[in-house]
Structures are given as C-alpha cells and as structure tokens.
Design a protein around this ligand. Structure first.
Ligand code: CTP
Length: 487
C-alpha cells in the first residue's frame, strides 16, 4: 500500500473530469467527493475503473449540470428511484449519488431521500477501506475524509465494517461474499468481530440472488489464491449453504484403523497447484485459466457419492470421475454458471482426470496414450496440467514416480501426435462411405465397422491412413458376412 498525502492525492486526481465536478459543485453550493473503490484503489495502486461521486445534496442535479458542461459527447442516465445518475464521457463512467442516511430503500418505488451527511453515507458502506472519500471542491481538492480509519486498515491489511458488522451485513447480506472476495483478492485478514458476524449472519445469504453470489465467486476464483476464498467460505459456514456438493468433500472417515484423505483440503491443494502451474505456463489464455480452475475445484466432486469401504481394498471411490461428470451440469445450472462449451470443457476434464494417472501407474502403452489423445483432443495439455496438480501425495518417492511417468506420457503424446495425428482425429473411412460400399441403410453394422476402424487405429493395428483403413474395413466386412460393392 502507498501512503498518500493531500498533495499526492491532488496530483493523482488531477484530471479534467475531477476538476469539472469540483467546479460545478462549487457553483451549485454543494460538496462533492470521490468515494469508495476508486479511492481504495488509489492507495492500493490498483488500476481503478468506474468513478463513484457522492454529493452532499442532489447527485442527480450535479450529474446533469456536469454533463451539460461537458457538452456534446457526454451522456447522462438518471435513475430517479435510486437517486443516482451516470455520466459517460470520453470512455469514462462516473456515477453520482446524493449522500443518504439509508443505503437501501426497502421499497424501491419510493424515491430515495437525499438528506444525509457525508458521514451518514460513509457509515452505510460495506468496509472501512471502501468508505474513504476525497473532496473535489476547489478549496479542499485532494483532502481525504476517512472517519473509519480505512487507511489504517489498509496498512494493517484488514477487512472491517464501519458500523457494527451485524448491521452492515443485514443491510445487504451480499457483503458477506464481498468480505471474503476482498480478503482473497487483496490477501487481507478479516477483522475478528467482522469474522464472527459472518458466522452469525450466514443464513441471511439465502435472500441473495445466485447471480450476485457467483459474481463474487468468479472474482476470487480469478485471483492469485482462490483456495483461500473457499477456505474462508468453509470456515465461516457459508460454504455449506451455497455449495453443499463441495462442502460434502470435507471429512475423514476411519474403518478398522484405515482412514481416507480429506478430499476438501486435497481439492484446495489441487486448485492451488493448478494456479501455480498456470502462472508458469506461457500459453495465451483469454480467460486466465478460469475454467481449468473450475475443473480443479470439481475434479473430485463425485467422491462423496461413490465412497465405499472394501475390506480387501480399503476406501474406494470407484467411478467418481463419471459421477462427477454427471454432477457438473447440475452444479453449473444451479450456480448460474454458463451452460455452454465452458461447462462441457469442465465436464470433460472431470470425466478424464483419472486416465493419465491410471496410464502412468501401469505400463505406458502406445494404445492407451492414443486413446487418451483421441478423447481429450485439444484439451490434452490442460488435462495433463490438472493431473500433475492432482498428485498431492506426501510420499516423495510415490510422487516422483508418478511425475516421472507423466513425463513419459507427455513424451509419448508428442511422438504419437507427430506420427498419427490423433488429436481431433476423424476416422478416415466415413459412415457414408461404408453404407455406399456395402449397400447398407443406416444400421448397427455401420456403427460396428466404424468403431472397428477407430479401435484399430487407436490400438496401432493400422496407421491413421485412408488406404489402410479401407483395406481393414473390407476385411472386417467380409468376416461379418457383408457383400462388398465396388464403391
Ligand atoms: N458498496 C457497498 N455495499 C455493496 C456494494 C458496494 O457498500 N454491497 C459500496 C462500497 O463503498 C464500494 C462501492 O459501493 O466501494 C462501489 O461498489 P462496486 O463498484 O460494486 O465495487 P468496488 O468496491 O468498486 O470493487 P470492485 O470494482 O472490485 O468490484
């Protein structure tokens, strides 16, 4: 965090838009302050986007006057029921609001009364670090107003509410999610009373829409340490309410002295490993690996449903990857995550995440690697990254053996890809060609022949080439008693 005195704040705010707002406010005889996230980010040296301005008087009137002075190219939208107005100008967006006593109108049809002082407005905000204001009026330009010691909390790296946290959280329970999101994004601690209030108020989260909850989750999922967000959610009791499938992974059971690992903490370790591997990976990713992070989070989500104790084998989670694969769309739908190719990608990684481990545990055969490549297609590199992240064994020897075998799998993947071009492979003899040659309508035999060619190529019986595939199909068809046409 950077310490900023008035001169430095003045310099940082030295742009036409802030001076214009200050001048207009002076002319109208009201005070105007830049407030909230914008001020916080100045101290944290983070790029800030939207500007929030609070006016001690009518925010709408100042916004309209500011837009008039900006002239053409400025556009103002007024939301009278919320007492706010947005001004768009030269790519910047400024939101104006009048200082108010109540931050939330319980009846949105009733226009909000703008009758508060600056401090009324500040104390109705979520956290002390978000409740700092800097004056824009000419005489006091750059003066910081920080009645709740947001600067100290930034220095101590603390998330704390300006008021009694029970009041702040019951005003808007989404703030519980914001609390955890900020703690995770900024790597701050949560102040003790605020933390206790999270626990006490957790049930109130049920009145918040899933869209707003997932928004906060996505923000911390994209941060440097998303596992910490999940850990905090778990510890304050919110996780059990908002994400029961993930919560169910927690716990260790023991039978006849044999215990299984805690799959919740294991999952968080895998997520952390994935984030680390992504940082070291130089491939361009539009989404910062967000969906690979989700795949890590969900890779073992099928485990609680498949857990059995077998006297011979100990604890087993047979087919947990397939059960997990089925759960992914259900979870995405409920959490309001996108039900498109991003969900399919997560589903595919969850489904395939055991394959490289099984291959690496046994002999690494060409056939097994070809099949893996065929099924994973272009996602093979992400799958390998996930699987390496999944090796969290504390037994160094065992861990090394897996990692060495993974290297072997990776080398074979490269070799086979060069030789056989299996990735995104389409069998060289199509279903139509089979139907034509053997005078067949669409029927089971066509499917059998197609599968046989695919298997022969993946098993390395024939090369991935048209001539060889055609000869193979004809041979196979003869064996099946089909009559071969000239085609
Ligand atoms: N705010 C609040 N309670 C909320 C949401 C927002 O008190 N539930 C206040 C905070 O003062 C916050 C400001 O409104 O700083 C702006 O909110 P928003 O734009 O949602 O978030 P930022 O704090 O700017 O953070 P980010 O841009 O990282 O979302």
């Amino acid at each position: 965090m950077r310490h900023l005195d008035r001169a430095e704040l003045t310099q940082l705010l030295d742009s036409p838009v802030f001076h214009l707002i200050g001048d207009v406010a002076d002319e109208m005889g009201v005070d105007a302050y830049v407030v909230g996230g914008y001020v916080r980010d100045l101290f944290l040296e983070r790029p800030s986007k939207d500007i929030d301005v609070v006016v001690i008087g009518s925010g709408i009137a100042v916004a309209e006057a500011v837009a008039r002075r900006m002239g053409r190219g400025a556009h103002v939208s007024v939301f009278r029921n919320f007492g706010t107005a947005q001004v768009h100008w030269r790519g910047e967006e400024v939101e104006f609001v009048g200082a108010r006593k109540e931050s939330y109108s319980h009846d949105s049809r009733k226009p909000i009364v703008e009758d508060g002082t600056l401090e009324d407005d500040q104390q109705r905000r979520d956290f002390t670090i978000n409740a700092m204001a800097v004056c824009l009026n000419r005489e006091r330009f750059g003066e910081l107003v920080d009645p709740f010691d947001g600067v100290w909390d930034m220095e101590d790296r603390l998330i704390a509410t300006p008021l009694d946290p029970d009041v702040t959280f019951s005003d808007d329970p989404l703030r519980m999610m914001r609390c955890i999101r900020f703690a995770t994004q900024l790597n701050f601690e949560i102040e003790t009373e605020t933390w206790e209030a999270l626990h006490r108020n957790r049930e109130r989260i049920r009145i918040i829409s899933q869209e707003r909850i997932i928004d906060e989750i996505q923000k911390f999922m994209a941060s440097d340490a998303p596992s910490r967000g999940w850990e905090l959610l778990f510890q304050c009791g919110l996780l059990e309410i908002i994400f029961p499938e993930l919560y169910a992974l927690q716990g260790i059971e023991t039978m006849y002295g044999r215990a299984h690992k805690d799959n919740f903490w294991h999952t968080l370790e895998v997520l952390t490993n994935v984030v680390r591997a992504l940082a070291a990976d130089d491939r361009e990713r539009a989404d910062n690996g967000l969906w690979l992070r989700w795949a890590a989070l969900l890779h073992d989500v099928g485990k609680p449903k498949t857990k059995r104790y077998d006297p011979a084998q100990g604890w087993t989670f047979h087919n947990h990857n397939y059960v997990g694969e089925k759960m992914v769309p259900q979870i995405f739908r409920r959490m309001k995550l996108p039900m498109d190719e991003r969900m399919k990608y997560v589903q595919k990684l969850v489904s395939l995440h055991m394959r490289p481990i099984v291959i690496a545990d046994e002999e690494v055969t060409d056939s097994a690697v070809r099949r893996l490549l065929f099924e994973a297609g272009d996602d093979i590199d992400d799958l390998m990254l996930l699987c390496e992240a999944d090796i969290t064994s504390k037994n160094q020897q065992r861990k090394q053996r897996f990692l060495d075998n993974f290297q072997l799998v990776r080398r074979k993947l490269v070799d086979l890809e060069e030789r056989d071009r299996i990735r995104n492979f389409q069998p060289p003899v199509s279903g139509e060609e089979i139907m034509e040659r053997f005078h067949l309508p669409p029927c089971r035999e066509v499917g059998t022949l197609k599968t046989a060619v695919k298997d022969a190529i993946l098993d390395g019986v024939i090369p991935n080439e048209y001539e060889a595939a055609l000869a193979f199909v004809i041979e196979k068809a003869k064996k099946m008693g089909l009559e071969v046409g000239r085609g």
